[in-house]
Design a protein. Sequence first.
Length: 277
Amino acid sequence: MIKSVALDLDGTLLNSKKEISNKNISILRELYKKGVEIFIVTGRSYSATKEILKKLELPIIVICYNGAKVIDTKNESILLEEPLSEDIVKVLIEISRKNNIHLNLYQDENWFVEDKKNWQTEYYKNNIGIDAVEKNFNNFTSLLMTKALFIDERCNLEKIEKEIKEKLRDIVHLTYSQERYLEILNKKVNKGKSLEKILQLKNLTLDTCVAFGDANNDKEMLEMVGYGVVMKNGEEDLKKDAKYLTDSNDNDGVYKFLVQKIWKSGIFPTFFINLLK
């Protein structure tokens, strides 16, 4: 029986317009009422998830920054945080400046860039709906960062990825959250590891959790849970190894899979499922 649901946002719970459908909202609210724990598991910052959370109207736990920070929305307390060290961030800044490639840093729920006047900043801003803070990276009092993100075309990011691996080896976790996003995290975290810790905190198990995702940064989470569900619009490599597949984010794939599993498990009577259709 499903006891928890973990949801990526972009490309998964959100449609292409960055909205949650009424069907997805309805099914998640009803599951919550029935005692099923709902978790948002996203690469976004907490500040970039708040408008979405308002629409759900659920006091849930949000796993942000691909697992680097976990917040309980009931009181906005931090349950887990594993930032990048200052030494690692210094290396990333050096790589960024040497290769003239756009670097984004995240600290205290703020998104920092050294230059706002470029297509990368506009591209990211349009995707997540928050504004960057322009700041010379030499002027930080502390370089402890929740995460770092390089934005560029994939061919350029792959060169940066190679250089990061040469200089930092296995002391960081690298993942592509979208085609143009290369994320750098503390090696202790990814979506799967952080979800597992929170499930343990709630006395829940991975085998009774269903998780939804569409991108490379969802991989560990989808592999670890009992029901790892990849969206139809997901990356091909992810779909190839998927435990389960569902419809796209624009066709209520989350809702459709949950209704199917809920109906089979008998959590809700058939008449309720018919009301949601």
